[in-house]
Write a protein that binds this ligand. Structure first.
Ligand code: URP
Ligand code: ZN
Ligand code: ZN
Length: 503
């Protein structure tokens, strides 16, 4: 027997599925244009002036506002079992908060529990997230060791499960050694996947921390002392050397200092495809070494100059992406390490506030322009993880993931008003220009004149196909971009992948 279909009255159908955004300044990474956007069934159908629109379409007047691709946060940890506890933002609260701040896609990390395989971890995370997410999401998969089984799982994850990136940690008790990095990078290259690293020298950190504890330094100040900038830069350098030896692309998450950015720049000059990601907390919070709530890894650096410099590296394309590394623990969980800083669960918030704080510290401060803002908050992540041009751009055929941004309004960030589950906010009290007045997720208006109306389970798992042209063949990619002008880029991207897979 077929299930009876509930009929939706025509006027509701049209208001839900058809939307016209008029008079806005449409910002893409390469240009700003004045125009209107017509959306139907979650997809951008028309762009330009004097569009012919069906009756009953809802209109939003975006005069005086920027209309930008919704943010893509490629670094979140929702419901993450870590350091003996679990992060408090789950896939519902986390994606709801993301949308409130103008982010419409997140990419989380499937992290294997002890004894769990990467493939099983992927399934565990699909079960946690599907049905809860309010916006689209993808998954990177973490590799906490190396074996033939891990290698086979990588093959299956890339071939059948829509995964194209793998993360390896150079610190923590699940750190991998240089030989394992070498093998994993090499296999990523063969698969057309992206190798990511959390780059800090874990062995040096263990020794430094042991010495500090022996001297009686047990408080949170020991965290940054044990993990200075050069300990991060050394690991970044080592990862770049290995990527160069293997000939694989590399993505360095959590770049927190000039030293690391300069290493990345040096390897880019040598022809290595290496990308760097900066966290919102690193550009908007000055580290206070005695505050466990600000403790994350690598640490938020305590020099204000580090923040401005990171933004300049983002402006000049030495670094390409911003994320949040949202990994939230309540104050009671942070207290697990009150007698030993090594036991303070690492991580801070940022999924909700990333767009605002990058706008404030970058665009409002005059370091980056609105197009570069779009590149570093959305487009570059879409390109690297092969979601472009479906996401990361306002173009005909792209998903209707859009933020309407009022740069003249301000809001003050506070845990009292945020939508995250965590009981404090590392940006507390910061006033930001730039307020998302409307956030459209797959064509659905989820922030409507500033009011949040999300739908649990409205988001979908988004496959990230291997061999992103942007990463694996930049020259070919430029051709694709030219072809994009006549609307054929999507098809070409698919062909490109097919050719690679057949080789
Ligand atoms: O401190 C952090 N960043 N916590 C989350 C785990 C990680 O390193 O990404
Ligand atoms: Zn990390
Ligand atoms: Zn992380």
């Amino acid at each position: 027997m077929s299930t009876p279909v509930k009929k939706v009255p025509i006027h509701l159908q049209s208001s839900q599925t058809r939307l016209l955004i008029k008079n806005g300044k449409i910002v893409n990474e390469n240009e700003i244009t004045d125009g209107d956007i017509y959306i139907e069934d979650g997809v951008i159908k028309q762009l330009g002036r004097n569009l012919i629109i069906p009756g009953g379409t809802r209109t939003i007047d975006a005069r005086g506002r920027y209309v930008m691709p919704g943010g893509i946060d490629p670094h979140t940890h929702f419901e993450f079992e870590f350091m003996g506890t679990k992060s408090v933002d789950d896939f519902y609260h986390g994606t709801k908060a993301a949308i409130a701040g103008g982010t419409t896609t997140i990419i989380d990390f499937a992290f294997p529990k002890p004894g769990e395989s990467p493939l099983d971890a992927y399934h565990t995370y699909r079960l946690k997230a599907d049905g809860k997410v309010c916006c689209d999401y993808g998954l990177h998969v973490c590799l906490t060791g190396w074996s033939d089984q891990v290698k086979k799982d990588m093959d299956l994850l890339c071939r059948d499960h829509g995964v194209n990136s793998f993360k390896l940690f150079m610190c923590y008790d699940f750190m991998v050694d240089d030989g394992e990095l070498y093998s994993a990078f090499e296999h990523c290259k063969n698969l057309g996947a992206i190798a990511q690293v959390h780059a800090e020298n874990g062995k040096i950190i263990i020794k430094n921390a042991e010495k500090l504890i022996a001297k009686g330094v047990t408080g949170p100040e020991g965290h940054e002392i044990s993990r200075p900038e050069e300990v991060e830069a050394e690991a970044v350098n080592r990862a770049c050397v290995i990527a160069k030896q293997v000939g694989s692309p590399l993505y360095v998450s959590n770049v927190t200092s000039d030293q690391s950015a300069e290493v990345i720049s040096a390897y880019q000059s040598k022809g290595v495809i290496v990308y760097g990601e900066v966290e919102a907390s690193s550009v908007a919070v000055v580290g206070q070494s005695n505050n466990p709530n600000l403790l994350t890894s690598p640490p938020i650096r305590s020099s204000p100059q580090a923040q401005t410099n990171l933004l300049s590296f983002l402006a000049s394309d030495i670094l390409q992406v911003t994320g949040s590394d949202n990994c939230t623990f309540n104050q009671s969980q942070k207290a697990l390490g009150k007698n030993d800083f090594r036991k303070i669960p690492n991580g801070v918030n940022g999924v909700e506030d990333r767009m605002s704080v990058i706008w404030e510290k970058g665009v409002h401060a005059g370091i980056i322009d609105p197009s570069r803002f779009v590149a570093i908050t959305s487009t570059n992540a879409a390109k690297i993880y092969n979601l472009f041009p479906r996401k990361g751009v306002i173009a005909v055929g792209s998903d209707a993931d859009i933020v309407i941004w009022n740069a003249n309004e301000t809001r003050t960030i506070s845990a009292k008003t945020h939508h995250q589950a965590v009981d404090f906010n590392v940006f507390e009290g910061m006033t930001c220009h730039g307020v998302p007045e409307y956030v459209i997720v797959n064509g659905r208006v989820c922030v409507d004149e500033g009011q949040l109306r999300v739908a649990e389970g409205h988001g979908r798992f988004i496959e990230t196909p291997v061999f992103p042209p942007y990463v694996y063949d930049p020259e070919k990619y430029i051709t694709l971009l030219t072809e994009h002008k006549n609307g054929t880029v999507e098809q070409n991207t698919q062909n490109f992948q097919k050719i690679h897979l057949e080789q």
